[in-house]
Design a protein around this ligand. Structure first.
Ligand code: NAP
Length: 357
C-alpha cells in the first residue's frame, strides 16, 4: 500500500508532539509537514518546541530538522490527511477549511458536540464512525472531521464499556486527578504561572472540563440508530481536579449497575474485553484495550508508561457499599497518547481500514 502524505496542525504543542510521535515510522501514513502558528513558522521543529518538549522518545533527526509551516498559509489539497491538535477556537476555523477537501482527525473540542460529528474511540464506539458519511452529505465536504474525546473522558468510557454492555449502568460518579500536560504548554513550561500554582498542590477545579466529560460520556456510550447518535440517558456527576503529575490522568469511578453484578464476573469481562482495533489488527492497537490489576498499588500515573500509551489501566475494582449494585475502581489513561495523539492516529487507521478514505 502506498503511504498517504499527512500534515500535523498544532504540531508544536503537547498533544501535537504526541501526534508526531505516533506518526513516526507509521506503516500507512507519511509525515511530510508540520504546521503551527506564525510564532513557530520558519523555525525548525527542534527550535519551535524548545522549552516544552514532551516526547517519550526523541523524534528522528529528519523530523527535528523539518521547517514548521504557518497553518494559515497551507493548501490542504497538498496532503491526504490532516491531524489537528489546535486550540479549539483556532480549530473551529482551520479544521472546517481542511475538511472541505481532506479527512481531519482532531484532538480539539471544536466540532465534538455537533450532531453529524462522532467523538470516536475505535475501542468503544466504532459504529459511530458511520456518521461521517452523513456529515459529508450535509455539508457537501469531500473530507470530514473526526474528533477524539477529551483526555479525561477517554479512560472513563473505555473502562465503562464492558460494564455497560454486560450489566447496564444506572448512575455514575467520577473524580479525576488530572496531570499538568492536560493543560498543554502552560502546564509544561517550568516558568508558567499555572504550573507554579499547582506545584506541591491540587487545584479543585478545571474550567469547562466537567461539562465536557458528562456530555461526551453520554454521546460516546450512546447508540447509533437511523443515521443518528442517541446519547445515553444516565445521570453523571463529575469533579475534575489538577494534580502535580506531569503526564497520565487518574480517575476514581463509582457507579451503580442496572443488573446485579458479581465482582469476579466483572473482572472477567473487563479482562477479556476486545474490540475492533484488535480484531482488525490496526498498527497502533494494543493487544488488549484494558489491563486489570489485582495489586492495590496499581495503576499509577508514574508507572503507566510501562504498559504503553494506548491501554486503559484499571485497578482497585471492588463492590461499592453506597449503591445497591455498586462498583468502584481506579483508572489511569495517558492523556497525551490515548487521550490525544495516539487516539486520533488509531481512529485514522480504523477509518482507513474501513475505506472511509
Ligand atoms: N494536552 C492534552 O492532554 C490534550 C488532550 C486531548 C485533547 N487536547 C486538545 O488538543 C488541542 C491542543 O492542546 P495542547 O494541550 O497540545 O495545547 P498547546 O500545548 O497549547 O498547543 C497548541 C498548539 O496550537 C498552536 N496554535 C496556538 N494558537 C494558534 C494560532 N492562533 N494559529 C495557529 N496555531 C496555533 C500552537 O502553535 P505555537 O507553538 O506556534 O504557538 C501549538 O502547536 C486543544 O484543543 C486541547 O483541548 C489536549
Amino acid at each position: 500500500m502506498k503511504k498517504l502524505d499527512v500534515i500535523v496542525l498544532g504540531a508544536t504543542g503537547a498533544a501535537g508532539q504526541n501526534v508526531v510521535e505516533s506518526l513516526q515510522n507509521h506503516p500507512w501514513f507519511n509525515l511530510v509537514a508540520l504546521g503551527a502558528s506564525s510564532r513557530s513558522a520558519g523555525k525548525t521543529y527542534q527550535e519551535a518546541i524548545a522549552g516544552a518538549v514532551f516526547f517519550d522518545k526523541t523524534p528522528a533527526e529528519d523530523v527535528l530538522k523539518m521547517k514548521v509551516l504557518d497553518i494559515n498559509k497551507i493548501d490542504p489539497e497538498d496532503y491526504g490527511v490532516a491531524f489537528s491538535a489546535l486550540p479549539s477556537d483556532v480549530a473551529k476555523i482551520i479544521e472546517g477549511k481542511y475538511a472541505k477537501k481532506i479527512p481531519v482527525f482532531s484532538t480539539a473540542s471544536a466540532y465534538r458536540y455537533e450532531k453529524d460529528v462522532p467523538i470516536l474511540i475505535p475501542d468503544v464506539n466504532p459504529s459511530h464512525a458511520k456518521i461521517v458519511k452523513k456529515q459529508q452529505e450535509n455539508r457537501g465536504w469531500e473530507g470530514f472531521i473526526c474528533p477524539g474525546p477529551n483526555c479525561t473522558t477517554v479512560g472513563l468510557v473505555t473502562s465503562l464499556k464492558p460494564i455497560i454492555d454486560n450489566f447496564g449502568i444506572r448512575s455514575l460518579h467520577m473524580v479525576s486527578s488530572q496531570s499538568l500536560s492536560g493543560a498543554g504548554e502552560k502546564g509544561l513550561r517550568s516558568d508558567s504561572e499555572y504550573r507554579k500554582s499547582v506545584e506541591m498542590n491540587v487545584l479543585p477545579y478545571i474550567e469547562g472540563e466537567e461539562e465536557k466529560v458528562v456530555e461526551e460520556t453520554q454521546k460516546i456510550l450512546g447508540k447509533y440508530q437511523k443515521n443518528n447518535i442517541n446519547p445515553l440517558n444516565i445521570k453523571i456527576g463529575v469533579t475534575c481536579t489538577r494534580v502535580y503529575v506531569n503526564r497520565v490522568h487518574l480517575e476514581s469511578v463509582f457507579l451503580e449497575t442496572k443488573k446485579e453484578n458479581d465482582i469476579s464476573e466483572v473482572k472477567k469481562i473487563m479482562n477479556n474485553y476486545i474490540s475492533e482495533p484488535q480484531k482488525l489488527q490496526l498498527p497502533s492497537a494494543p493487544e488488549k484495550p484494558i489491563i486489570l490489576f489485582e495489586d492495590n498499588l496499581l495503576p499509577q500515573p508514574k508507572l503507566h508508561y510501562k504498559y504503553g500509551g494506548q491501554v486503559t489501566l484499571v485497578g482497585r475494582l471492588r463492590k461499592d457499599p453506597v449503591f445497591k449494585n455498586g462498583l468502584s475502581y481506579v483508572v489511569t489513561s495517558d492523556n497525551l497518547d490515548k487521550g490525544a495523539g495516539g487516539g486520533i492516529v488509531l481512529s485514522a487507521e480504523f477509518l482507513k481500514k474501513k475505506r472511509y478514505f
